[in-house]
Design a protein around this ligand. Structure first.
Ligand code: DGL
Length: 260
């Protein structure tokens, strides 16, 4: 899966099913500008959100095995779906390596809009699994929360061309019924921040929340705790790898990174 000869010693490995986790990568680089990051997009197997939990666990384990074997010092699961399905399994497997995940930013949204109506958009798997259900149990009482499983949306974002009318139609079908009826939106899939503007066009100009900044701060804390922060002030490297064997894919990743 990862080309054999890459040396990733000292790098932080970041992965997602495809382009989505690049929205998290942007926040990671802003938080830790002199660290070296390698981003692995599993575009050959995207989307994860409509697979079985076991499939996502197996895919995530294979990716993390590859990153750790090549020397990564920490892992960021830049995917809500893979975090829900596999974070625990991965942490048990690699107990000495910091593994940081991302979860829907329900808590900050609810605290900002107490007693309001909060719309959560996420993949079908994220909405279904226990991790989100627990989050809902903890914070759902403070606001009226509507969770919308957005089947097909991450797969569509993978194709790029984000201003095309078919994407606007897809959003209309998924969240059109919430137009001007919600006080906040939680983007519970790391692909969705790339279409924040398009979602606002449908639901209205309310505050949006995602897990990227919280994940970046958590990674910073974990590296500090473990004494793993890179020394020196020079800007770090950012490299991209894709499971899709197509140079166009890496161009797409770089174009998303410019917008992250
Ligand atoms: N970006 C991912 C997430 O945060 C996965 C989307 C998908 O592959 O279905 O959930």
């Amino acid at each position: 899966m990862i080309v054999n000869d890459v040396d990733l010693r000292g790098y932080i490995g970041v992965f997602d099913s495809g382009v989505g986790g690049i929205s998290v990568l942007g926040a990671l680089v802003r938080e830790l500008p002199n660290e070296d990051f390698v981003y692995f997009g599993d575009s050959a197997n995207a989307p994860y959100g409509e697979k079985t939990t076991d499939e996502v666990r197996a895919l995530s384990s294979r990716i993390v095995d590859g990153l750790v074997e090549r020397g990564c010092k920490a892992i960021v699961i830049a995917c809500n779906t893979a975090t829900s399905a596999a974070a625990e399994v991965l942490r048990n497997r690699y107990s000495t390596i910091p593994i940081v995940g991302v979860e829907p930013a329900l808590k900050p949204a609810v605290l900002a809009r107490r007693h309001g109506r909060v719309l959560v958009m996420a993949t079908p798997m994220t909405v279904r699994l226990e991790k989100f259900q627990q989050l809902l149990g903890e914070w759902g009482g403070e606001a009226e929360v509507d969770s919308v499983p957005c089947a097909g949306l991450a797969a569509r974002i993978e194709q790029g061309n984000l201003d095309a009318p078919d994407l606007a139609d897809q959003l209309q079908k998924l969240v059109g019924p919430y137009a001007n009826r919600v006080d906040a939106v939680v983007l519970g899939c790391t692909h969705y921040p790339f279409i924040r503007r398009q979602i606002k066009n449908v639901v209205g100009d309310v505050p949006f929340f995602d897990g990227a900044e919280g994940t970046a701060r958590q990674l910073h804390r974990r590296l500090e705790e473990e004494g793993l922060l890179k020394e020196g002030m020079s800007p770090g490297n950012v490299r991209f790898i894709s499971s899709k064997d197509d140079p166009e894919e890496l161009k797409l990743y770089r174009s998303f990174f410019k917008r992250a």
